[in-house]
Structure formats: structure tokens, C-alpha cells
Design a protein around this ligand. Structure first.
Ligand code: NAD
Length: 438
């Protein structure tokens, strides 16, 4: 099929490239000339495992192209994905200006029946706004359908998640659009990983409800972790004990330094606003958000338990990205922790396998190192903020010899507490209140 993807960010680039890999002819459009110029030279604007190779292969096979010319791309697409950003607006509602600008362009340039697919995460009712906008701007009464098809990929696992999704959700009541979407996803759907067809509004809500549920699990466990620290219990064992219950399951039960990224924080806030717009207080999501903020702010007090006076001290920070396998720092705990350490008078030595470039544009007064060991040298304490695998397999004796004091605040519970303490580290994790367990 001929596919057009409007917006070539994390989602648009991944979706477009994977659909090309499945044999479609895909044109990815973006208004960012630099990004498109770079992609046309083979420069991938984000770090995402496996994506660069897939882009190269599909460009070579002439199934994938990048352009800023939306007119031609819209005219040629049978299915047009809108995958532009929906950042939080001033009032924390999703800012729909990019989605509606894309819809306007589609309206102006539509030249025959097309399926318009909203891939961006959009509040319930946006499908109707997109359809109204296209109708307003089309020159003749050309027929089209607006379909909701939210994306569930995770940064760091984007390619695999798109090609092996747990489910594909499609919101449409049009039989014609349903057939087009079935054809599009035929190469991905498996018997146990179905396409769920529903109406547009329900589909829009499934995306927000899913993200909000995952964020709720994290905040719930972080609040349990806070209690563990007070009463002498271990949140890691609690997560294991809970996760073995088939009704609960083991995933998204890890306490840590709080969730971040481009999705959970903004989607939780946007869903809460939608509730409030509909006369509901949004009690659960309000608490989810508050606990998450508390958690991000709980790291520096832990550092101060080990290094009470931070003025003039040096703190090593491992992990700047909001999670492993990405260089994305949007809403990352490091954005709260580093300025708070600096405010107390500490200097920061940082290491992240991928996010250094992004971090440099955010923090000029941090010293960056090419290895985790480099960042440790003569530091008074190490703070772990992202659970990159290379931190798990690290040489702990070397860690100890490099640190000025063997102090660790493990904001992701990466290490076995008993082992670290036996080795002579002053170790504080998250929710590890009993002091002597794994
Ligand atoms: P992004 O900011 O990385 O990319 C958005 C792109 O759209 C930018 O390159 C921008 O220049 C471009 N753009 C804006 N207006 C345009 C227009 N009129 N025409 C063409 N291009 C235009 O955003 P993202 O992370 O890819 O997210 C896109 C959407 O997908 C959001 O709604 C997000 O919530 C959702 N989503 C994101 C993820 C994720 O992990 N990043 C996962 C699932 C869903």
C-alpha cells in the first residue's frame, strides 16, 4: 500500500520504517527541514536500537522516502498517518495545534478517498475535530475516514514493539477503513495478538487509560516503597510477592526514582484534565502525579543521609535518560536531581551511554565522562538514576577504589543491597527498609 506518515519523530519514523519493512511504499513527511535533510543523508535523529539499519535497508529498496513536501506525499498516500507531537499545553491539556495543522494540510491537499489515521496520542473526541478540520478545508466533497490507531511502542524497544505488538487497537465504524487497516496490519497480526476494533472515542481512551494504569502501578509501588523505608520492609520482595499473583502480574511493579519520558507525565495530566472538563475531580491520577513528584524529590535527601553537607562535594550521577536504551531526557528524574544537588553546592560528574549529547544542551555546568568509572573518580557519592544494563555488570571493586567515599544511592534498585553492604559500601536503595536483604 502507499502510506504517508506526517511527523517523523520517535513514533512517525518507527512506524513509517516498519511499515516499509512490511513491504509498503512509505513517505515520511516532516516540517523540520534539518531532520529531513539529515535522514536523507542517512542520519537518524534519535537513538533507537535497530532503527538505523532498518531505515538504511528500506531506503535502499526504495520503499522509504523522507520529504518536507506534504502536497505530493498527501496526494500519493492511500493511508495517511498523523504522528505529530501532542505536547502538554499551558493548562496541561494536550496541545492539538500540530494535529490540527496536519489535518488542515490533508484537507487542502486531499485528492481522493483516503483513510486518515490518528497515531498521535489524542484526547477523546479529537477524531471528530480532525474530521471537521478536513471537511472545512477540502475543496470538493471528497470522501475520507478518520481512524484512531494509538501507538503503544516503548522507546528503546520501538522497532520490536511495533513489529510484535501485544495488540493493535483500531477505532473506526467504517467498513471501508476497517478493511484498509486489516490489510495494512496483516503482516503483524497473530492469533494471540489481535487487532481490537472499536469506535474512535473508545480507541482514543484505550491509549490514555493504558498509560495512566502503568503510571498508577509505578506510583503505587513508589508509595509502598516510602512506607517500607519507615516500617522496615523490602519493596523488591514485596514486588516479587505481589507479582507472583496471576491477577497482578510482575511488570511495572519496580519502585525507583519516579517515571519520566515524553508520555506518562503528559498523558496522566491530559487524562486528568479531560476528567475535570467532564466534572470529575480525577482523584486517582492526581495522587499518581503527586507521588511521582515526591519520588523524584526523594533522591537528594537520601544522598544527604550519606553526605550531610553537600557544599563543595562531588557527586557522580549514572544515568541521565529517563530510562535505559534511549537518549530521551524529557521529564527524566535527572532533571530534578542534578539541579537540586547543584543548589546545595555540589558539583556533578555524569555518565550516560547515550544521553550525553542531549544532556549537554540542558546542563552546561556538569562534567561528562565517556565511561562510568571516569565519572566516579574522587566522588563523595554515586547516584544511579537509570538502570542501564552496563551498571549491573560493573566491576564493584573498581567502583569502590575510585570513589572517595564508598557511598551509593541506588535510585533504581539495580544492586543487591546485602552484597553491596558486605563489600563495604554505604548503600541506600529505594524502599529497602529492612537493611539486610537482597
Ligand atoms: P516527536 O516530537 O518525536 O515528533 C513529532 C514530529 O512531528 C516532529 O519531528 C515535528 O517536527 C513533526 N511535525 C509537527 N507538525 C508537523 C506537520 N504539520 N507535518 C509534519 N510533521 C510535523 O514526537 P513523538 O515522540 O514521535 O510522539 C508523537 C505522538 O505519538 C505523540 O502524540 C505521542 O504522545 C505519541 N506516542 C509517543 C510515544 C513515544 O514513545 N515517543 C509512544 C506512543 C505514542
Amino acid at each position: 500500500m502507499n502510506i504517508t506518515v506526517m511527523g517523523t519523530g520517535y513514533v512517525g519514523l518507527t512506524v513509517g520504517t516498519c511499515l516499509a519493512e512490511l513491504g509498503n511504499t512509505v513517505t515520511c513527511v516532516d516540517i523540520d527541514k534539518k531532520k529531513i535533510g539529515g535522514l536523507n543523508k542517512g542520519i537518524i535523529p534519535i537513538y533507537e536500537p535497530g532503527l538505523a539499519e532498518l531505515v538504511r535497508r528500506n531506503v535502499e529498496k526504495e520503499r522509504l522516502a523522507f520529504t518536507t513536501d506534504s502536497a505530493e506525499a498527501i496526494a500519493s498516500g492511500e493511508v495517511i498517518f498523523i504522528a505529530v507531537g501532542t505536547p502538554p499545553g499551558k493548562d496541561e491539556r494536550a496541545d492539538l495545534r500540530y494535529v490540527l495543522a496536519a489535518a488542515k494540510e490533508i484537507g487542502q491537499k486531499i485528492n481522493g478517498y483516503k483513510v486518515i489515521v490518528t497515531k498521535s496520542t489524542v484526547p477523546v473526541g479529537t477524531g471528530d475535530l480532525v474530521a471537521d478540520t478536513i471537511r472545512q478545508h477540502r475543496k470538493t466533497a471528497i470522501d475520507f475516514d478518520v481512524v484512531s490507531n494509538p501507538e503503544f511502542l516503548r522507546e528503546g524497544e520501538a522497532v520490536n514493539d511495533f513489529l510484535n505488538p501485544d495488540r493493535i487497537v483500531v477505532g473506526t465504524t467504517s467498513e471501508r477503513a476497517r478493511k484498509a487497516m486489516e490489510k495494512l496490519y496483516a503482516g503483524i497480526v497473530r492469533a494471540n495478538k489481535p487487532i481490537l476494533f472499536t469506535d474512535v472515542r473508545t480507541s482514543e481512551m484505550i491509549k490514555y487509560a493504558s498509560n495512566a494504569m502503568l503510571a498508577t502501578r509505578i506510583s503505587f509501588m513508589n508509595e509502598i516503597a516510602q512506607l517500607c523505608e519507615k516500617v522496615g520492609a523490602d519493596v523488591k520482595d514485596i514486588a516479587r510477592g505481589m507479582g507472583l499473583d496471576g491477577r497482578i502480574g510482575p511488570r511495572f511493579l519496580q519502585a525507583g526514582a519516579g517515571y519520566g519520558g515524553s508520555c506518562f507525565p503528559k498523558d496522566v495530566k491530559a487524562l486528568m484534565r479531560t476528567m475535570q472538563d467532564n466534572g470529575m475531580p480525577g482523584l486517582i491520577l492526581d495522587a499518581v502525579e503527586k507521588v511521582n513528584e515526591m519520588q523524584k524529590h526523594s533522591i537528594v535527601p537520601k544522598v544527604k543521609q550519606l553526605v550531610p553537607h553537600l557544599k563543595g562535594k562531588t557527586i557522580a550521577v549514572w544515568g541521565l535518560a529517563f530510562k535505559p536504551k534511549t537518549d530521551d531526557m524529557r521529564e527524566a528524574p535527572s532533571l530534578i536531581v542534578i539541579p537540586a544537588l547543584q543548589k546545595e553546592g555540589a558539583s556533578v560528574r555524569a555518565y550516560d551511554p547515550e544521553a550525553e549529547k542531549v544532556a549537554t544542551s540542558l546542563f552546561s555546568d556538569v562534567a561528562y565522562f565517556k565511561t562510568p568509572y571516569g565519572a566516579l573518580k574522587d566522588a563523595d557519592c554515586l547516584v544511579v538514576l537509570t538502570e542501564w544494563n552496563e551498571f549491573r555488570e560493573i566491576d564493584k571493586e573498581k567502583m569502590k577504589s575510585l570513589l572517595k567515599e564508598p557511598n551509593i544511592v541506588d535510585g533504581r534498585n539495580v544492586y543487591a543491597m546485602s552484597q553491596m553492604r558486605e563489600m563495604g559500601f554505604n548503600y541506600i536503595g529505594v524502599g529497602r527498609g529492612n537493611g539486610n536483604r537482597n
